[in-house]
Design a protein around this ligand. Structure first.
Ligand code: MRU
Length: 346
């Protein structure tokens, strides 16, 4: 089964509702910037590249919705659309990257009628979606070469087809290695509190018969200490100019453990996830999510009522713990300010 996280159907955007996977597989439909922003905020769609693609469609949908309006109403409506989308989630830079790209296209259409602008914006959203799959395939090919045949690879969260327009970044590397004939098995961290590993990564791998073993997050050290992990491959939400990596909460813990056990720690990172405007990881905004995600899950609540809770959704892995970034332009060993800047020069 091909996983189409986002698809265009009947002049609307449809997205797999990732909140209910794997118990149910359903698409929800979106027809405006505000509705897409809501889908991003409520985690119907999640994962940095997928959020970027969804935001681009949100802009196009808003233009289609407003195309019959007078110029001033069209312009103010579009601005409101950009704002609501930009406020949906703070950490993944792909969201802002996608919005900026759409804004540039809009800016290049000055003086053209609304319908032409809307058509052009929709074409751009389609292009961003297709490009994302091409980029993931390119990263997959580079990353697959890093993994030995028979590798047992630990991953955290979900950086798979569901987190992108298709193929995935971290899971894309694993898929490409499997396609290249390597025997790869996956160890999926459960990824508390939202369970992206247990619900989404495990589901994706099971769909494709790629051997996968689910562990809770606190088992990673045990597995590594027993020699049961050969490499770690994760995705990222934002990489700072110095190579510090923001990714799902718990990634830092895995990186420290990997260093302790001499296990390579690879980060799949499309160029759209690198934020040269951010000097280092300390400046990356970290989303804090609701206490209910920590005190229970869905209807089950297990923590003592009234307890104080912290729920940062991401953490920062310092560049020094990263063996390599895998980008669509190639592998960047021991990322630092110089080799990251170099990616944008050629
Ligand atoms: O909160 P989420 O599920 O959006 O977090 C997703 C992650 O942290 C992923 O690892 C990251 O976005 C990379 S996805 C290719």
């Amino acid at each position: 089964m091909k996983i189409e996280t986002l698809r265009w159907a009947g002049n609307k955007l449809e997205m797999i509702d990732q909140r209910i996977l794997p118990a149910a597989f359903e698409y929800s439909s979106y027809d405006s910037a505000a509705s897409v922003a809501d889908g991003i905020r409520s985690m119907v769609v999640r994962g940095a590249p997928a959020i970027g693609v969804a935001a681009a469609y949100g802009v196009a949908l808003e233009a289609l919705r407003l195309q019959g309006a007078f110029t001033t109403a069209f312009e103010s409506g579009m601005e409101a659309g950009f704002t609501v989308l930009a406020q949906s989630r703070p950490t993944a830079v792909n969201l802002f990257w996608g919005l900026e790209r759409m804004r540039r296209v809009w800016g290049s259409m000055a003086g053209q009628d609304n319908a032409a602008v809307a058509r052009r914006l929709l074409d751009e959203a389609h292009e961003i979606r297709s490009e994302d799959i091409r980029i993931n395939r390119a990263m997959g090919a580079f990353g697959a070469e890093l993994l030995p045949d028979g590798a047992r690879v630990l991953t955290h969260c979900n950086a798979g087809a569901l987190a992108t327009a298709g193929h995935g970044t971290a899971l894309g590397i694993l898929r490409s290695a499997v396609e290249a004939g390597k025997k790869i098995s996956v160890i999926a961290d459960e990824t508390r509190p939202f369970l992206q590993g247990a619900r989404l990564t495990a589901w994706e791998m099971v769909q494709e018969n790629i051997p996968v073993t689910l562990i809770t997050d606190n088992m990673a050290g045990f597995m590594m200490s027993r020699g049961e992990v050969d490499a770690v491959v994760v995705g990222t939400d934002r990489v700072a100019a110095n190579g510090d990596v923001a990714n799902k909460i718990g990634t830092y813990m895995v990186a420290v453990l990997a260093r302790r056990h001499g296990i390579p720690f690879y980060v799949a990172c499309p160029l759209s996830t690198i934020d040269l405007a951010v000097r280092d990881g300390a400046a990356i905004p970290i989303e804090e999510r609701s206490a209910e995600e920590v005190t229970g899950f869905r209807d089950a609540q297990w923590a003592a009522k009234g307890v104080k809770v912290r729920n940062p959704a991401f953490d920062i892995t310092p560049a020094e713990l990263v063996t390599a970034l895998v980008t669509e332009k190639g592998v960047v060993n021991r990322p630092n300010r110089e080799n990251i800047a170099g990616l944008f020069r050629s």
